[in-house]
Design a binder for this molecule. Structure first.
Ligand code: C2E
Ligand code: MG
Ligand code: MG
Length: 601
């Protein structure tokens, strides 16, 4: 078959055979005149399709987009027609095989005079293409979930922005899993990874076929969807995604359920950069975290302003922590029967350089959402223990007083909580029996088993535990017996209205009775008036805290009280409306024998 007549020497044949590329020479009708050893080795099955398009053919040539080449674009036809081909990527496929052969094709016409009309050099670049694909995959795909990654998402968003479409015809959904870190901490990274893979699959299965789901990193995913009729469709998709994600997953015999917060940024809007679009979806997602009972939030311009304010507040609070701008105030807790001080609640304040003294209501939520609540809470615990210990050494009459410290739910998702508390007690020398930790009901709802274990360990150390703001959270009395609490702090809203609202009064009454039955003592919060006070006496509530007894005090005022120089104001004459003549059915023995100031118990 080899037309040796066209070759001058056996040296030339040897040279051709040693070339790494397949060389094919054809005549004007595509008839093969010469091919070298490489062509024989790996190209012979494809030779016919380099010249012919035959629907029944066993092979086919595709362009680099993998579209079949029409007849006049087949490489042998082009060189015979006098065209030069310079290193073009093409794909050769065999019928019934999913193996692709990537080739780089060069060639051109042969000078007239012989039987040859064109020459083609074909290089097998499959290995190179495979590596390129792997590299592409590594660059654009997440190795764990096999979903496109952040780079791929940004690419897609930029592409959509260039196209420019109708407002609200697209949406970017930013999905953040809630408390995923807890799963990792409790069950280990292996199961954590399995859960991420499972949730990635669910997200992909939930979205329309043309939409793209990406994993942005750790527990964050995003979905970009086009061809929407309006925002409602984006919201419906967010709801579907939320349901899909929050279904329990069974992994290694664990029933795992995580929540999700989804921020929606409709597009293409006025975005010029993909990063801005992503930032807005992220802002909306953070908004969800601040709202109770919400799973999604739609971005609107006002969120942007809120977001930058929040960032500023966060920076300022971080600075406050570093510069020692936080302080503790101490509010006495007294025995109702004789107003003797039995302890204090430590309440954080921020001495802001420009805005003056700030109450927790102005910065705790920023601390919570930024995670700064963790260092803040540990600082509070350490400072309260240190201060109490220092006072005890100076004022021996304080030796039996307790200090109550508020715990954030976020602390319970930290590893080594118990060790950290132990460390602080050891460092400050404060007696654990004099420490009370206040926990809100919200902590008890999730992950109750791990919470119970932590609470039990704290209790075994001698620390006392109180449910704070009782009645404002889930108010389920039934769960209380499962947790090792010592006291209930009844939220001030119950005390506030009990004198006007009979229903509230009844609730208050039954809460006190229930607490007794459970062996818990009751602290009433927000005792502001003599009427409140009389009511609590009537209910036989043991202790109380409120402005009637004392405002929260800065440390030097506590010292003055301890030295007996100042009496926190409790004077029945202060309240002209005071009328201890409560409903006699409540407590026939009720006596409004108020008087004096809180004293040392
Ligand atoms: P809380 O733990 O329920 O603290 C009691 C709050 O009620 C304090 O508000 C106290 O000043 C206020 N209060 C006490 N008696 C009365 C009264 O008779 N009437 C009225 N209207 N209010 C009274 P504060 O200091 O503004 O603290 C508010 C909340 O901030 C606290 O509620 C607590 O949830 C949180 N907080 C305060 N300090 C810390 C802290 O160190 N860590 C954490 N995580 N949260 C803290
Ligand atoms: Mg409290
Ligand atoms: Mg409270």
């Amino acid at each position: 078959m080899i037309d040796l007549a066209n070759l001058q020497t056996s040296l030339e044949v040897a040279i051709l055979d040693h070339l790494p590329d397949a060389i094919v020479v054809v005549g004007p009708d595509g008839q093969l005149i010469l091919w070298n050893l490489q062509a024989q080795r790996w190209l012979s099955d494809y030779l016919s399709c380099l010249w012919e398009v035959d629907p029944k053919a066993q092979c086919q040539v595709l362009d680099h987009h993998r579209c079949p080449l029409p007849l006049d674009q087949l490489p042998l036809r082009r060189v015979v027609a006098g065209q030069v081909i310079e290193n073009e990527d093409m794909v050769l496929v065999q019928r019934g095989s999913d193996q692709l052969l990537w080739v780089a094709v060069s060639g051109g016409p042969v000078p007239p005079g012989g039987s040859a009309a064109g020459i083609l050099s074909v290089r097998n670049i499959s290995t190179h293409k495979h590596q390129e694909r792997q590299l592409y995959h590594q660059t654009y795909y997440d190795a764990l979930t096999q979903l496109p990654n952040r780079v791929a998402l940004i690419d897609r968003l930029n592409h959509l922005l260039v196209q420019g479409r109708e407002p609200d015809s697209m949406a970017l959904l930013f999905i953040d899993l809630n408390r995923f870190k807890q799963v990792n901490d409790d069950l280990g990274h292996r199961l954590g990874n399995q859960l991420l893979t499972e949730l990635g699959r669910r997200i992909k299965d939930t979205i329309p076929p043309q939409a793209m789901a990406a994993r942005l990193g750790s527990d964050e995913f995003a979905v970009v969807v086009e061809h929407l009729a309006g925002q409602k469709e984006a919201i419906d998709l967010a709801t579907d995604l939320w349901h899909a994600i929050t279904q329990p997953a069974v992994l290694a015999n664990h029933d795992i359920r995580v929540g999700a917060s989804i921020g929606i940024a409709p597009g293409p809007a006025a975005y010029r950069h993909a990063e801005d679009w992503l930032r807005d979806a992220n802002t909306a997602m953070h908004q969800v975290k601040d709202l109770a009972d919400c799973h999604w939030c739609l971005f609107d311009g006002s969120l942007e302003a809120q977001y930058s304010q929040r960032l500023e507040a966060e920076t300022a609070l971080r600075r406050a922590l570093d510069n020692g701008e936080l302080q503790l105030y101490y509010q006495p807790i007294v025995t109702i029967s004789n107003q003797a001080i039995i302890g204090f609640e430590a309440l954080v304040r921020w001495q802001h350089p420009e805005r003056g003294l700030l109450l927790p209501g102005e910065f705790i939520s920023v601390a919570e959402s930024s995670g700064l609540i963790i260092p803040l809470s540990w600082w509070v615990l350490e400072e309260a223990c240190r201060q109490m210990q220092a006072w005890t050494e100076t004022y021996p009459n304080m030796a039996h007083l307790t200090v109550s410290v508020n715990m954030s739910s976020k602390q319970f998702f930290q590893k080594h909580l118990v060790d950290k508390v132990k460390e602080i007690l050891a460092q400050t020398g404060f007696d654990p029996h004099r420490l009370k930790l206040e926990i809100t009901e919200s902590v008890l709802i999730d992950h109750s088993e791990s919470i119970i274990a932590i609470l039990q360990e704290l209790r075994e150390m001698g620390i006392r535990l109180a449910v704070d703001d009782f009645g404002t959270g889930y108010s389920s009395l039934s769960y209380l017996h499962q947790f090792p609490f010592d006291s209930l702090k009844i939220d001030r809203s119950f005390i506030e209205n009990a004198d006007q609202d009979f229903e509230k009064l009844e609730i208050l009454q039954s809460v006190v009775r229930l607490a007794w039955n459970l062996g818990l003592d009751v602290v009433a919060e927000g005792v502001e008036t003599h009427r409140h006070y009389a009511q609590l006496r009537a209910l036989r509530c043991e202790s109380g805290q409120g402005f009637l007894f004392s405002q929260p005090l800065p440390p030097d005022s506590v010292e003055q009280v301890m030295r007996g120089k100042v009496d926190p104001d409790l004077d029945p004459d202060l309240d002209p409306d005071f009328d201890a003549d409560l409903d006699p059915d409540l407590d026939p023995d009720l006596e409004a024998d108020l008087g004096g100031s809180p004293t040392m118990a």
